[in-house]
Every structure is written in C-alpha cells, then in structure tokens.
Design a protein around this ligand. Structure first.
Ligand code: ADP
Length: 415
C-alpha cells in the first residue's frame, strides 16, 4: 500500500488544522445552545464531528424500506458533494428533514464544509408525500411523532446559524499552527480512526492465519497461496498503519523517552519473533549475535524494539528467498562508548544515490506503480526519530544487488 502525500494533503487537511477535542467542545456547545444537529466534513467528505439531534429515529424508520434506504443514501451523498459555489446549499431529504451546507475556506482554498441539521422547515405540517410514497407501510402517527421531536427552524433562523458554525470552524482552523505540517495533520485525522482501522485488520489476520494453519479444514495448493498472500498483505497494511500512527503521533506530541534498565537480548528476541512469520513465508533465515557480556542498558524498551522490528522487517522484505537477515549487538568504543546494533541482509541493496533519502518520510527507492514491495516509506523515518530521541545515530552501508547493513549507535548508559 502506498500512501500518496497528495491524498493526505487533499483530504485530511482540515482534520490536521483543527484540534479534535476543541471541535467536539464547540459542537456540543452549539447543540446545547441551539438544539439542532451539525456535522463538519473535511474536503474528502470525512466527518470530523457529527451530532445528530432527534433525527435518527425517523431515519431509521425510513431506512427499513428499500426506497427509503436509497433516499437516505442520496441525501448523505448530496450533503457531501452539493456544489457550494453559491455559498449555501440546501439539501432536502424525502423524510421532511432539511440540511444547510456551507463551505469552510482558508484563503481561496475550500478545506471542508459544515452542515447544519437536520431540522424541519417551520411551517410544514403532516408527513411529506415523498416519505409516504417511499415507505407506504409506514405508521403515520409514529412517523409524525418522531418528526415532531426534531427542531423546527425557519430560514431566517437557520441561515445565520450555519454562518455562525462556518465562521467558528474557520476561526478554529486558521488559528492552528500550520507549521506542524503533514504528519501532524495525519496524526489528528487518523488518531480517532486508528481503532476502526486496526481492529478489522486484526480480525482479518486472525482468520487468515487460522485458515493457513488448517484450523478450519485443509486447503488445496492454490487456496493456500491465495490465503498466504492475503495474510502477507494484511500484515503489511497493519505494519504501515502502525508506523504512520506512531510517526504521526510522535510529530504531534513528542513524548519523553521512557528509559528503563533493559536486557537488549530480550528486545532482539521479541523483534525476531515479530518478523518470524514473515521470514518463514519468504524463506529468509533469521540470526542474532548478541554480545553475552552486555549489561542492562537504559533505553526506551518499546521504541528500541520498534526500531529493531522495523529494520528486521525491511531486511526480510528486501531480501531474496533463501537469504539471511541478522542482528548483531555489541559494545563499540572510540569517541566514547556506544551500544551498536546492526541489522544486516543479503538482499537487493540500495543504490548509492538513494542512501541519503531513504530516511525521509514517504520516501521509497522504487516508486513505480508496479513496485512489488508493500509499505509507505515510513519505517525508516520512524526508526530515525526513535534513534534521535535516544541521542544516537543511524547509518547505512549498502551495495545494490548485494545487501545492506543498517547500524544504530546509542550512547552507552548502563541501567
Ligand atoms: P517502506 O519499507 O515502507 O517502503 P522504509 O522507510 O522502511 O519504508 O524504507 C524506505 C525505503 O528504503 C524502502 O522503500 C526501500 O526502497 C529502502 N530500504 C529500506 N530498507 C532496505 C533494505 N534492507 N534493503 C533494501 N532497501 C531497503
């Protein structure tokens, strides 16, 4: 999976500019003050905040009818896409509910839209004919009672409210420190989504693994291959997602290191376990050489482990079938004492002119559309961020076609 920067900038910009908690507070205050629902969407139609007030039961009732469900989908699409050149768009749902949509712009650039609603236009009475046509068996008394619960507004009330909402969100977005950049925006937008993204992926992984292990019955040759590919791709997606979230949250909220006395050999074992399945599938042998005399050292366990996992995962990913990926850990002297960790592979290597750039976020040597290796170009950026936080360095030696050696040096701090 390749994340294109343009995708992130185009669709997630508003999410990165406004603080999610502040937006939530504003939304709640608005709902309390005016009794009407609202939503804020980014330029890609993703809802950054949504408060539906009173309208859900009538929508649920209508959705039970096939034409009702269709009509609701049309309304949602219109809310997301209605052209806003003229300033405000009015979206009328067949249920009798109305929404006002207004753009949020910073300078000439539209970065999202606010939605006021649903509300019932003042002056309407009874059930709208479109509703009874779409849902003929609807119980009229129930539907009317549900509609009566939704806030009634006339246009002279609703228009200033949607203006106010747009102005508030625009102010919030323009006050944000724009310098925080791409990663911060990605962090704030992806943060609330991470659980939604991670948990289905984990389920997919679990089932694919069970299938492959034969727990759910034997698989024939081609079925096995298909499931193995599914497993590999889902693992890589999860890996990329975790890297993006980690990197993004590190950029958004730099947290101090949690140094604790650590047996480095334990981290090496954990990292090897983390990539073992990937290595087995690719036929890559893992090996570790850890100086047995190493004392416990004060490092941030999680971050250093993540570094090792990332470097080892690359050593496997960019390897050849039957190749070797090894971790070497020793104490290095000269210019002070250092903990030196090297991850070595005999894989495809990296051309010399690329060596400087591979640590940049989103940078990948093979940027062709048909690239065979998955990933988003975030792993090494994350490793470098963790190593920097430790006051260490990372270096790479590589020969195209022969393999690579990544060497991390951390200040020697006995724990
Ligand atoms: P990703 O692996 O997700 O593409 P990384 O930041 O981990 O992102 O690596 C960036 C790029 O550096 C990779 O796309 C690859 O081109 C190159 N690279 C990293 N590790 C290795 C390695 N061990 N062997 C060859 N190329 C590598």
């Amino acid at each position: 999976m390749a994340v294109r920067i343009s995708d992130i900038e185009g669709t997630l910009a508003l999410g990165g500019l406004v603080d999610a908690a502040a937006l939530g507070e504003i939304a709640d205050a608005f709902v309390r003050a005016h009794g009407v629902g609202l939503a804020v969407l980014d330029a890609g139609g993703f809802a950054l905040v949504e408060r539906r007030v009173g309208a859900s039961p009538i929508d649920a009732l209508a959705a039970a009818f096939p034409r009702g469900a269709e009509g609701l989908a049309e309304t949602h699409e219109a809310i997301r896409t209605a052209p806003l050149e003229a300033g405000i768009a009015r979206v009328d749902c067949f249920t009798g509910l109305r929404y006002l949509v207004r753009p949020i712009a910073i300078g000439p650039r539209s970065i999202g839209r606010v939605i006021l609603g649903p509300y019932v236009p003042a002056g309407t009475s009874g059930l709208p004919p479109e509703l009874t046509a779409a849902a003929p068996a609807l119980d009229a008394a129930t539907a009317e009672a549900l509609l009566a619960r939704v806030k009634r507004l006339d246009e002279a009330q609703a228009t200033p409210l949607v203006d106010l909402l747009a102005a508030t969100v625009t102010t919030l977005a323009s006050r944000a420190p724009v310098s925080s950049g791409l990663l911060l925006r990605a962090a704030e937008s992806l943060g609330p989504l991470s659980h939604e993204l991670r948990s289905p992926l984990t389920t997919i992984l679990g089932y694919a693994d069970m299938l492959l292990e034969g727990v759910l019955g034997p698989l024939a040759g081609e079925q096995r291959e298909a499931v193995a590919t599914m497993l590999e791709q889902s693992e890589s997606l999860l890996f990329t997602l975790n890297a993006l979230l980690d990197l993004a949250s590190a950029a958004a909220r730099p947290t101090p290191l949690a140094r604790a006395p650590t047996h480095i050999s334990e981290l090496v074992v954990e990292a090897m376990e983390a990539v073992a399945a990937q290595a087995r599938r690719k036929g890559v042998t893992l090996r570790a050489e850890v100086d047995p005399a190493l004392p416990r050292l004060a490092v941030d366990r999680k971050r250093l482990r993540d570094c090792l996992v990332q470097l080892l995962a690359n050593a496997v990913k960019f390897n050849r079938a039957g190749g070797l990926a090894a971790v070497e850990v020793r104490r290095a002297q000269g210019d002070g004492d250092w903990l030196e960790l090297s991850v070595v592979d005999g894989g495809i290597g990296i051309p010399p002119e690329e060596l400087e750039r591979i640590f940049d976020p989103f940078y990948q040597v093979d940027r062709t559309a048909v690239r065979i290796h998955s990933g988003a170009g975030l792993g090494l950026a994350l490793v470098r961020a963790h190593v920097d936080a430790h006051g260490g360095t990372i270096a790479v030696e590589s020969r195209a076609g022969h393999g690579s050696r990544f060497t991390v040096r951390l200040p020697w701090l006995p724990g």
